[in-house]
Design a binder for this molecule. Structure first.
Ligand code: HEM
Length: 384
């Protein structure tokens, strides 16, 4: 996608797409919109392809999912986010490092034994999936099926989908929310010291959370907890395999591991876009976007903007000074709640993988998942 993003930044950084949505690709413009008070409530989009898409999904009962904090403005957003924010603070998250390390090492043991692997099912997917499942206190479940369903569900974050895909998303949403409702029912009978129990408690304590909000919130945490970090790990490893001198540098300089993760996030954003809705005429650069418009903030493009990063924006440099200024976790009110967790999982996974296997190499073609937004490998064959 990067040559396309570049062309858009150069010729039309505030682009009005014929489908009735606007696409921002420059760093300054993306940051401006994310820091603004524009809405995230896509129900307020009044026209264009996205309006049709959400009407279609809403008619299948999927509108329950728009009750999560990701799609809510204050005061609902503030209330919903505060119910879970304390679990995701950097301090709480760093206490998980031993557990994350153990999970990574167990996966690496299996890879070592086989001598080769598809890194996605071997490490990049199960690591964040297991961690978020444990944090939530989910009972063991059919993780393969959940993976398939959430893979479809996140397609609703693509700016536009065809009718067949929309039908599959709707079916996946119905099955997924049914699974989540069952998991919640299971947990209601067995409360424990976990995130799901504390959300259930919040529902019981007066009117802090409705039943549908609970379902939406748990689905968001469950899906956001793994559909994103899988791409951080897999995209990061692909980037390193394609830049052997950076791989060598990371092996020599373990102190660069944290910064390398920031650079992976910048270089190939696990979430390429997010969205806002204008609620009034809104000016970006010299263009006025009308109210009720779906606006795409192309995070991945902002992260490669030469005007901000300089002429080497398209190069992976794990020792880049200001890598942390990327917008991959967004900025402002909706800044990713799971960023500390994602950083921890990404760092431990990649650092231990490259340290353990000096012979790490590609073992065939990477197969991409075909998504525009949550873009990453579907298959990443490696040999060690
Ligand atoms: C929101 C990126 C991992 C939970 C977001 C947003 C982005 C993002 C771009 C949207 C913000 C906006 O529209 O302004 C990422 C990336 C990840 C990652 C790149 C991994 C590399 C996680 C994890 C969790 C998580 C592990 C944990 C469960 C959330 C939640 C929100 C969110 C709850 C909604 C926050 C709000 O609306 O206030 N994330 N995320 N994310 N993320 Fe993440």
């Amino acid at each position: 996608p990067y040559p396309t993003y570049r062309r858009m930044r150069e010729t039309d950084p505030v682009h009005e797409h014929p489908f009735g949505l606007w696409i921002l690709t420059g760093y300054e413009e993306v940051a401006q919109v994310l820091r603004s008070d524009l809405s995230v409530d896509v129900g307020r989009v009044t026209s264009g392809a996205f309006r049709e898409q959400s009407d279609e999904l809403a008619s299948s009962g999927l509108d329950v999912l728009t009750l999560s904090m990701l799609d809510r403005d204050p005061p609902d957003h503030t209330r919903l986010r505060s119910l879970v924010a304390k679990v995701f603070t950097p301090r709480k998250v760093s206490a998980l490092e031993p557990e994350v390390t153990e999970l990574v090492d167990a996966a690496l043991d299996e890879i070592a034994e086989a001598g080769r692997a598809d890194l996605v099912p071997a490490l990049a997917f199960p690591l964040p999936f297991t961690v978020i499942s444990r944090m939530l206190g989910m009972p063991p479940t059919d993780s393969e099926r959940v993976r398939e369903l959430s893979g479809l569900l996140v397609r609703s974050l693509e700016p536009v989908n065809g009718p067949e895909m929309l039908a599959s998303i709707a079916e996946a949403g119905v099955e997924m929310t049914a699974i989540i409702r069952e998991l919640i029912a299971w947990k209601r009978k067995r409360p424990a010291n976990d995130l799901l129990s504390s959300l259930i408690m919040a529902e019981h304590e007066g009117s802090r959370l409705t039943d549908d909000e609970l379902v939406a919130q748990v689905t968001l945490l469950y899906v956001a907890g793994h559909e994103t970090t899988v791409n951080l790990i897999a995209n990061g490893v692909v980037a390193l395999l394609r830049a052997p001198e950076q791989l060598a540098m990371l092996r020599e300089r373990p102190d660069l591991a944290d910064n390398a993760v920031e650079e992976f996030l910048r270089y190939d954003s696990p979430v390429q876009q997010t969205r806002r809705v204008t609620t009034r005429p809104y000016t970006v650069r010299d263009r006025e976007i009308p109210p009720g418009t779906f606006v795409v903030a192309a995070l991945a493009s902002a992260n490669r903007d030469e005007n901000y990063w300089g002429p080497d924006a398209d190069r992976l440099r794990i020792d880049r000074d200001n890598a942390r200024a990327h917008v991959s976790f967004s900025v402002g009110r909706h800044h990713c709640l799971g960023s500390a967790l994602a950083r921890l999982e990404g760092r431990v996974a990649i650092e231990r993988l490259v340290r353990r296997f000096p012979g790490l190499a590609p073992d065939g073609e990477v197969e991409w998942n075909g998504r525009i937004n949550l873009r990453g490998p579907e298959r990443l064959p490696i040999s060690v």
